[in-house]
Design a protein around this ligand. Structure first.
Ligand SMILES: [Zn+2]
Length: 116
C-alpha cells in the first residue's frame, strides 16, 4: 500500500518537474471575464433587460497579502494569459503532490489521516 502511494508520488513529482521545465514564465492569480455597465443612463446596459458591455478581461492576484486586479487589453492578454494559466497549472500540480506527501507522512507516522 505504502509502496503504491510512493510510486504515485514519484509520478506526480516527475509531472511537476516536466511542467516546470516546459514552462517559460508563470504569473500568479487568475483571469476573470467581466460584463460591465458604463454608467450612462440611456445606454443599452441600463435597459430592461440590460445588454452589458464586454466581456472585459481582468487579472486578479494576491500580492503581499493584498488583492490586486488589472484590466488586460488584447495585447496584454496575448502576453500574460498563458503565463497566468501555466502558473495555475503548476500550483495545482504542487498542491496535489503536497496532498499525497501529507498522506504518505501521516501513514508512515501512524497519525490521523488514513483515508485515500
Ligand atoms: Zn453602457
Amino acid at each position: 500500500m505504502a509502496k503504491v502511494k510512493n510510486k504515485k508520488i514519484e509520478v506526480m513529482r516527475s509531472q511537476l518537474i516536466a511542467a516546470i521545465t516546459e514552462t517559460e514564465r508563470i504569473l500568479p492569480g487568475s483571469i476573470v471575464n467581466r460584463m460591465m455597465r458604463c454608467g450612462k443612463k440611456t445606454c443599452k446596459c441600463n435597459a430592461d433587460p440590460p445588454e452589458l458591455h464586454g466581456p472585459y478581461v481582468q487579472w486578479a492576484y494576491i500580492h503581499k497579502g493584498k488583492q490586486v486586479t488589472r484590466w488586460l487589453n488584447e495585447k496584454q492578454q496575448t502576453l500574460y494569459c498563458k503565463p497566468i494559466q501555466d502558473g495555475s497549472k503548476l500550483r495545482k500540480l504542487l498542491s496535489q503532490l503536497e496532498e499525497y506527501e501529507i498522506l504518505s507522512v501521516e501513514r508512515a507516522e501512524g497519525w490521523g489521516a488514513q483515508n485515500d
